[in-house]
Design a protein around this ligand. Structure first.
Ligand code: BT5
Length: 329
């Protein structure tokens, strides 16, 4: 949002301010104040004006200006009612040199998951892509995905949903005795980038959260914030998510620590489908910039069925793959 418009909103948030006083305070003409107020009204801010001056009565429910107002992080937010994929739009902006821009949509018509899988993104969700130009070696980019997973988890927890993370990018609802949706997927993250080995030119982090979405609009093993705790104010949710992400991207070592604290995967028996084949074992750690460490103690199916879990301590680091939590034998 334009700095003057933001200053207008901040000035009239807590009570009426006369036009001339506002013009003085902002160092612009009265006519300019009036124009900014009109622009803000067009963007959905309800601003009353009477003898006492201008006063902010209501902030628009959701959209670019609504999210930017009161956002404590340096992102510009470009909102669309509907778009094919926020990641596609974000990639175009990244190619044009944009940075710290967030593409946000109410609905995606061709949402994408990893490996070109489909992502359902009906109206009511939080579908966003963050365009970054980080000063990072390419190998460290996975840590940004972990930071996004932590930020999403924390925003969901603040909304009252007991969320946790499955390596590398799924946000799930925690399993508990009261909740038979434990393990259902609440959010997913798709990171895309361009760069050389030593330097990234841009990164787009796409985050999809099933927010105010009814279960019938989602795949079977998915859940939504609405299903778990009821509909939320998406504006506040997106603000918290972006603010948390902004903190974490500045300290990626810390982001990996925070990831570890919220991980559903560690301590689990996992089967990971990697580009180099399948790895089965116990997930024991995640190390910077985001590799999963799996202890492959059990050598074969036969041994497992016999209950002979031979722990030879071999540890494998996995940098990419699809991870499934499997029941211990
Ligand atoms: C992901 O892929 O989890 C990454 C999803 C990223 C979506 C965001 S939304 C904003 C941005 N713009 C985009 O176009 N994409 C990003 P993956 O781990 O491959 O999981 C995909 C699988 O999750 C699908 O094959 C379905 O089984 C399942 N799925 C599809 N839609 C879902 C939903 N809304 N909620 C939960 N699971 C879903």
């Amino acid at each position: 949002m334009n700095d003057t418009r933001r200053a207008v909103l901040e000035a009239i948030e807590d009570g009426p301010v006369p036009g001339p006083a506002l013009a003085d305070r902002l160092g612009v003409s009265r006519n300019a104040v009036w124009k900014h107020v009109e622009e803000l009204r067009d963007a959905g801010f309800e601003i009353a004006s009477d003898d006492e001056g201008y006063v902010l009565e209501a902030v628009p429910g959701y959209g670019g200006p609504a999210v930017e107002f009161g956002l404590d992080a340096p992102f510009e937010v470009k909102f669309h009612d509907a778009v094919e994929s926020t990641n596609d739009r974000a990639r175009e902006l990244a190619d044009d040199g944009a940075a710290d821009v967030v593409v946000l949509a109410d609905e995606q018509t061709v949402g994408r998951g990893r490996l070109d899988r489909e992502w359902s993104a009906p109206s009511g969700g939080v579908w966003l892509s963050i365009v970054l130009q980080p000063d990072l070696p390419t190998a460290h980019v996975p840590a940004l995905t972990l930071a996004a997973a932590v930020a999403t988890t924390d925003a969901a927890r603040e909304a009252g949903v007991p969320a946790e993370i499955k390596w590398p990018n799924d946000v799930l609802v925690e399993a508990s005795e009261e909740n038979d949706r434990g393990g259902a997927k609440l959010a997913g993250i798709l990171t895309e980038m361009e760069g050389e080995a030593d330097r990234v030119s841009w990164v787009v982090i796409g985050i999809g959260v099933n927010a105010n979405v009814p279960p019938e609009a989602l795949p079977e093993d998915a859940t939504s914030i609405q299903t778990e705790v009821g509909a939320i104010d998406r504006r506040i949710f997106v603000q918290r998510l972006l603010e948390r992400f902004d903190d974490l991207r500045r300290d990626l070592e810390e982001a990996v620590e925070a990831w570890r604290d919220r991980a559903a995967t560690l301590g689990q028996r996992v089967r990971v489908d990697t580009p180099n084949g399948e790895v089965v074992g116990e997930a024991v750690d995640v190390v910077f910039p985001g590799a999963l460490v799996v202890e492959t103690g059990v050598a074969s199916e036969t041994q497992r069925e016999d209950g002979e879990a031979v722990d030879d301590g071999e540890r494998v680091r996995i940098h990419a793959g699809d991870c499934e939590h499997v029941r211990p034998v």
